[in-house]
Write a protein that binds this ligand. Structure first.
Ligand code: PMP
Length: 419
């Protein structure tokens, strides 16, 4: 791991840097929410104290300043994901983006259609499609992962037929950190059908820079808070080439060029997909977060994170009763393990008592966890500001948990002695 790089980043994260620069907590729950860098807080403060007003409505200077900031945020997002700004729809998060995508695609479905979803999904990229299949009477096909916990590409492609209207899958699992090769899959799907590919980028966007165009998907959803932006802002990227095939799913202020007594004429611009006052300062915060990450070499950040995960995985193999889920050579961002003794909750609580923040439970991916052979797991998820020391602290806590929960304890660890 490149701890010098991590410490440079950590210096900008108020919650993680105390006066001496030593972290008060080994924060390893980054897949849930990333800690907010100071420049994001500063951008929010500056916007709120100098330019706070509604957008696109007023001619007064404050409204123009707010509109400029909001439009600038859309451009920043577009640049970050290699898209056109007219393809960026602001949402409240990835879940909202995926639900909106599902509602927008409803008119394209009937009882002859099917939707194909991978078995690696977060509930947010499964339940909207399940609901959509129920209300349109179409078939939902969920393709289980292979024995390694990865996408079984050929099994997946076999389910895609001429009646497939939507293919939905994650770029990166929020449980095992295993990725799907979206580009390879998209190329085949687009050749054999006119299905739209909806990618859940909630984890993928955080680990490595990509252009959404290179992924080959048609829609791409992500949340700002997993990148250091505030909660409540997210993005649905809709490729320009498919926008005509989607109907806006909510209506109201900010979406129209003209409303008569009987008719509504929608705007031609992307704002037609954003009814109502948007989360303006959320967008400003997201742009600041993206600018923050653009200040670092993305390949170096990913290499550092990968090295942290490799250290963690190697350490876990030595800990009795911890079974790492999935066996893919390439993981990014997180890994999870099931436990033989005690519950994942116990392990996470013991870790918390030692200043280590990790997640336990089903990680909103119950079908995937069951396919991996368990109901719950401990998840460790890294960010570029984590150090080798954070990983070692987590491993020491897990070692104690293993010792304590297998019964008897070793008598050597503080907690084992307490027992
Ligand atoms: N998809 C994946 C893969 C995720 O990890 C998450 C967040 N855990 C979501 C979707 C949902 O994100 P949000 O709760 O920010 O809408």
């Amino acid at each position: 791991p490149d701890d010098a790089l991590a410490c440079r980043i950590r210096a900008a994260i108020p919650l993680l840097a105390d006066a001496e620069g030593a972290a008060p907590v080994a924060y390893l729950d980054n897949a849930a929410t990333m800690q907010m860098p100071r420049p994001v807080m500063d951008a929010l403060e500056a916007f709120r104290t100098t330019s706070y007003a509604n957008v696109h409505r007023g001619v007064h200077s404050l409204s123009l300043a707010a509109s400029d900031a909001f439009d600038g945020a859309r451009r920043a997002v577009a640049a970050f994901i290699g898209a056109d700004e007219q393809e960026v729809v602001f949402t409240s998060g990835a879940t909202d983006a995926l639900n909106r995508a599902a509602r927008m695609l409803a008119p394209a479905l009937d009882e002859r259609s099917n939707i194909v979803v991978s078995g690696l999904e977060h509930h947010s990229n499964l339940l909207p499609w399940r609901h959509l299949s129920r209300i349109t009477d179409c078939e939902l096909r969920v393709v289980p992962p292979d024995a390694r916990g990865a996408l079984d590409l050929s099994a997946f492609l076999q389910e895609v037929t001429e009646n497939t209207r939507i293919v939905a899958l994650t770029e990166l699992s929020n449980v095992t950190g295993i990725g799907c090769d979206l580009a390879a899959l998209s190329a085949v799907v687009h050749e054999g059908s006119d299905a739209l590919i909806v990618a859940d980028g909630a984890q993928g966007i955080v680990h490595g820079r990509r252009s959404v165009r290179d992924l080959g998907c048609d829609l791409y959803a992500f949340s700002g808070h997993k990148l250091g932006a505030p909660c409540g802002i997210g993005v649905l990227w809709i490729a320009a080439r498919v926008q005509e095939r989607l109907e806006p799913e909510s209506f109201g202020g900010g979406t129209v060029s003209e409303v008569t007594e009987k008719e509504t004429r929608l705007l031609g611009s992307v704002e037609r997909f954003e009814a109502g006052t948007p989360n303006i300062d959320g967008a400003v915060g997201l742009a600041a977060a993206l600018r923050f990450w653009e200040g670092f070499d993305a390949a170096a950040l990913l290499a550092h994170e990968d090295a942290l995960l490799a250290r963690l995985e190697a350490g876990l193999t030595l800990i009795e009763g911890a079974n790492v889920l999935g066996s893919c050579p390439a993981r990014h961002g997180c890994l999870a393990f099931s436990v033989d003794k005690g519950s994942p909750y116990d392990w996470a609580k013991i870790a918390d008592g030692r200043g280590v923040a990790v997640r336990s439970g089903h990680h909103c991916a119950q079908p995937y966890l069951r396919a991996l052979g368990c109901d719950a797991a401990v998840r460790v998820s890294v960010a570029p500001y984590n150090t080798a020391g954070d990983i070692d602290r987590a491993l020491a806590a897990f070692e104690t948990a293993s010792c304590l929960l297998k019964g008897g304890g070793c008598g050597g660890h503080a907690l084992c002695r307490e027992r």
